[in-house]
Design a protein around this ligand. Structure first.
Ligand SMILES: [Mn+2]
Length: 321
């Protein structure tokens, strides 16, 4: 059981940037506000996910990092870089009317971790130079600034091994152990330890099977590589495998399904031979999803697979237009 403390950090769950953001924010609280006891709560975009404010505790410091805005009066700190952060009706106006000086959004940032570090340095005169490597990697991972699709898919880099484990196994229990370690330890030491290294073998095997499956069902239509994986349940999709399989594509669209949710994952190929012509966040917002200009997603209840398949084809056509 997780104990609830006087500080609740609700962060994008199953996400390396979300965990790094929580680590930097926690270091700030420890060094500037003498806070030692923090509860971490992961947030997800599942259609059935409870409202963010359900994670908050009355009277506590409640922070949301790397996730959509909430107008809840209990929100005390906010940082995000998703351009789709303001989806709740009235959220944008509520954010703009805030006078706490503790709520920040900048959609031009590659990672929320870097946004937090920059705001703390510029506005709160605080920085942790030893976290530079963590921030650098959060920016590489979240903005897909990898040298190649092969590097992105390999789990050799410590940050990428941690990313893979966080994506597949990063529930609140794992994060309660991982985030405090990200605050002070080297990424290579964390990656070598059992909590990460011990979980990699099954992840590698699942990635291999998924890559095979994507190679079998994948097709390229125009500049879009597309993968309908809905015939068998799959929860986590490999973001960059599509570009490795179809290096001449500019975009990829993946449809995945579990009884809980149907998910469309859309991305711009960071190694595309052509420039990006579409804002993927805006395309996803049309169907209730969101994200960044270069990567986004739409989640529907699992029972709405037929609708998800229609959207799948609409997206392929829209990205080819
Ligand atoms: Mn992020």
């Amino acid at each position: 059981m997780l104990r609830v403390s006087q500080v609740v950090i609700a962060h994008h769950g199953h996400c390396f940037d979300g965990a790094c953001s929580a680590a930097i924010f926690s270091r700030f609280l420890r060094e500037k506000r003498d806070v030692k006891d923090v509860t971490y709560r992961g947030l997800g975009y599942d259609p059935n996910a409870p409202p963010t404010a359900d994670k908050f505790v009355e009277g506590a410091v409640n922070a949301v990092l790397d996730f959509r805005y909430t107008s809840s009066p209990l929100l005390t700190w906010y940082f995000d870089h998703h351009v789709s952060a303001f989806q709740e009706p009235g959220a944008k106006e509520h954010f703009e009317g805030d006078r706490s000086g503790q709520k920040f959004h900048d959609g031009t940032y590659g990672s929320c971790a870097k946004l937090i570090a920059d705001v703390f340095r510029e506005q709160f005169s605080w920085e942790a130079p030893d976290l530079a490597e963590l921030i650098r990697w959060a920016d590489i991972v979240d903005a897909a600034r990898f040298a190649s699709a092969e590097v992105a898919n390999s789990l050799e880099e410590p940050a990428l091994a941690i990313t893979a484990v966080v994506q597949e196994c990063g529930d609140d229990l794992l994060c309660a152990e991982l985030i405090p370690r990200l605050m002070s330890e080297k990424l290579e030491d964390i990656a070598r330890s059992p909590m990460i290294a011990g979980k990699l073998a099954p992840i590698r095997e699942r990635q291999r099977l998924l890559t095979d499956r994507m190679a079998r069902v994948g097709e390229q239509k125009g500049v879009v590589a597309h993968f309908d994986l809905s015939d068998q349940p799959v929860d986590v999709v490999a973001k960059f495998v599509g570009y490795q399989l179809f290096p001449t594509s500019s975009y990829s669209v993946v449809l995945s399904w579990t009884p809980r949710r149907a998910k469309l994952s859309v991305g711009f190929n960071p190694w595309s031979p052509r420039p990006r012509k579409h804002n993927i966040a805006a395309l996803c917002e049309k169907h209730g999803g969101g994200g960044h200009p270069v990567v986004g997603a739409i989640a529907l209840p699992g029972t709405e697979l037929p609708r998800a398949k229609e959207i799948f084809h609409e997206l392929i056509d829209a990205l080819n237009a």
